[in-house]
Design a protein around this ligand. Structure first.
Ligand code: GLN
Length: 484
C-alpha cells in the first residue's frame, strides 16, 4: 500500500479494494514500527485519524468523495490543528493546544484527508538540519547518522520512510526544497501568496510559504490543488484562480528554455553533485529543452540579505511569545519583567535566541538604515535579476543544495556553515518565486535534488517540467533499504 501514488490510492479507495480505515491503520502501524529510529513525528494522532478515516469511508460509500478523500497525510507541526498540540518544535509551545485550524488544515480536512500526526521540525522553522528541535534531532532514512535537512525534516523523513503518503511543509529560505533534496522527495514551494498563511505559525512573514512534500510531481499537483487559493483571513494571499495543476502535467517539453545560472555552479558546490545535476540537464535536452547559461549577478547577496530580513521579521513575530497569553511560563515570577525574561529565556532554544538578537539589533534605531533598509534594497536587486532572466528563459535549473545529507552534529558549532546549506534556495524566497526540488540521482548512496525555479504563479509549468522528467527517470521511486 505504501508504495502507491496518491492517484492509485484514490482509485483503490473508490473501488473499495481497501478502506480508509485500513489505509490509515497501515500507516499508523508503520509509524509505530519506525518512528522511534527516525523521530519524524512529534505527535501521532491515531484516534482522531481513525475517526476521520471512518467519516471518509462513509463519503466513499455514499459516492460523495473527492480525489483525496480517505488519504492519509502528515502535517508539519507549524500548522495550527484544533484540539491538537501545535508546538513548532519549541519548548515555548510544548503545552499549546491550538484553538483553531490553519486554513491549509481546514482545506485538507474538507477534502476528506486523514491527519496521521504532526511532524518534527527545526524550532520555529529555523534551521537546515532539523537539529534545533526541542523534541530532538530527526534522522535521515537514507543514512540514520545523517541529517534529513530542515526545517521540514520530520515531514521529509516520514515521507522517505513511507510513514505517510504525502505531507505538508513550509519554506522560508529552503525548508521544503532542501530536505526534499536530502531525502529524495519532490517538494514544491509555491509563489508567495499562492497558499494561505493563516494559522501557520509565523517565522518571517514576507518569506514564509506552505507547500507539498511528495513522492512525485503528480502527487504534489494533487495536494496543491487543495492547498492553494485566496483566503480573506490572510491579507498577503493572492486573489487569483487556482488552475487544475494536474491538467498540464504531460505537456511536451519541446522548446522549453532552461537557464543555468553560472553563480549556482561555482565554488562550494560538491563536484559529484554538480555532475549529477549536469546529467539531469542532459535528460532535459533529450526531452526537447534548450539550455543556456544565464547570470543572477546579485546571488552572492542572498544569504547576507536573508539573514537580516528573516531575523528582523522573526524578532517581531516571536515577541508574542511572552509567557502571558500562551505557551511556556516560568515558575514564580517576581514581577512582569522577570516573567518575560525567564519565560522567554527558558522557552526558546539557542538558534531562536540568536535570530531574535540579530533581528532586534538590525531593527534598532541607528542601525535600521545600515542593515534592514540595506537588506531591503538588496532584496530588490535579487528580484530584478530573476525578472531579467525570465525575459529569456522559461525555467531556471541548478542544484537544490551544495552537498548531499551531512552528518548529524557536523555543522553545529558553525552557524554560518549551516546557513550556507540554503545558498541556492534562499533567493527564490526573497523574490517570492516558486521553486521545486526533484530527485535527480545519488552520490555514494545519498540523494541529490535538482532545483527548478519558475516565474510568478507558474507552478503548473514547474510541475509539468518535473513530471516529464519523472516519466523519463526512476530516481523518485527509489526508497531507502531499511524502510521498505
Ligand atoms: N534554513 C533557513 C533558516 O534557517 C530556512 C528555514 C526555512 O525555510 N524555514 O532560516
Amino acid at each position: 500500500m505504501h508504495n502507491k501514488s496518491l492517484s492509485e490510492l484514490s482509485t483503490s479507495l473508490h473501488n473499495g479494494e481497501f478502506s480508509s480505515v485500513e489505509l490509515t491503520q497501515h500507516y499508523l502501524d508503520r509509524i509505530a514500527a519506525h518512528n522511534s529510529s527516525l523521530n519524524a513525528f512529534i505527535t501521532v494522532t491515531a484516534d482522531s485519524a481513525l475517526e476521520q478515516a471512518r467519516l471518509a469511508d462513509v463519503r466513499l460509500q455514499q459516492k460523495t468523495a473527492g480525489t483525496l478523500t480517505g488519504i492519509a497525510l502528515a502535517h508539519k507541526d507549524i500548522f495550527c490543528t484544533q484540539g491538537i498540540r501545535t508546538s513548532c518544535a519549541s519548548k515555548m509551545l510544548d503545552n499549546f493546544i491550538a484553538p483553531y485550524n490553519a486554513t491549509v488544515v481546514e482545506k485538507l480536512n474538507a477534502a476528506g484527508m486523514v491527519t496521521l500526526g504532526k511532524t518534527n521540525m527545526d524550532e520555529f522553522a529555523m534551521g537546515s538540519s532539523n537539529e534545533t528541535s526541542f523534541y530532538g534531532v530527526v534522522k535521515n532514512p537514507w543514512d540514520t547518522d545523517r541529517v534529513p535537512g530542515g526545517s521540514s525534516g520530520g515531514s521529509a523523513a516520514a515521507m522517505a520512510a513511507r510513514l505517510a503518503p504525502i505531507a505538508t511543509g513550509t519554506d522560508t529560505g529552503g525548508s521544503i526544497r532542501q530536505p526534499a533534496s536530502l531525502c529524495n522527495l519532490t517538494g514544491l514551494k509555491p509563489t508567495y501568496g499562492r497558499i494561505s498563511r493563516y494559522g501557520m505559525i509565523a517565522f518571517a512573514s514576507s518569506l514564509d510559504q506552505a507547500g507539498p512534500m511528495a513522492n512525485s510531481a503528480e502527487d504534489a499537483a494533487l495536494l496543491l490543488n487543495e492547498m492553494a487559493g485566496f483566503d480573506p483571513r490572510d491579507s498577503t494571499s493572492v486573489e487569483r484562480d487556482v488552475p487544475d495543476y494536474t491538467a498540464s502535467l504531460t505537456a511536451s517539453l519541446q522548446g522549453l528554455r532552461i537557464g543555468l545560472p553560472k553563480e549556482f555552479f561555482g565554488e562550494g558546490l560538491d563536484p559529484d553533485v554538480a555532475t549529477t545535476i549536469e546529467a539531469a540537464i542532459k535528460t532535459y535536452e533529450s526531452l526537447g529543452a534548450t539550455v543556456k547559461e544565464i547570470s543572477l549577478p546579485n546571488s552572492h547577496l542572498s544569504v547576507p540579505t536573508y539573514y537580516v530580513v528573516a531575523p528582523a521579521e522573526c524578532s517581531s513575530n516571536l515577541s508574542r511569545m511572552d509567557g502571558v497569553r500562551f505557551g511556556h511560563r516560568c515558575d514564580d515570577p517576581k514581577d512582569l519583567l522577570d516573567l518575560y525574561q525567564r519565560s522567554r529565556g527558558e522557552g526558546f532554544g539557542e538558534e531562536v535566541k540568536r535570530r531574535i538578537m540579530i533581528g532586534t539589533y538590525a531593527l534598532s534605531a541607528g542601525y535600521y538604515d545600515a542593515y534592514y533598509l540595506k537588506a531591503q534594497q538588496c532584496r530588490r536587486l535579487i528580484s530584478d535579476d530573476f525578472k531579467q532572466a525570465f525575459n529569456d528563459v522559461d525555467v531556471i535549473m541548478g542544484p537544490t543544495a551544495p552537498t548531499t545529507a551531512f552528518n548529524l552534529g557536523e555543522k553545529n558549532d558553525d552557524p554560518v556553515a549551516m546557513y550556507l546549506a540554503d545558498i541556492y534556495t534562499i533567493s527564490t524566497n526573497l523574490a517570492g518565486l516558486p521553486g521545486m526540488s526533484i530527485p535527480a540521482g545519488f552520490v555514494n548512496g545519498l540523494p541529490v535534488g535538482l532545483q527548478i525555479i519558475g516565474n510568478y504563479f507558474d507552478e503548473a509549468r514547474l510541475l509539468n517540467v518535473a513530471h516529464r522528467y519523472q516519466q523519463a527517470t526512476d530516481w523518485h521511486q527509489q526508497t531507502p533499504a531499511d524502510f521498505k
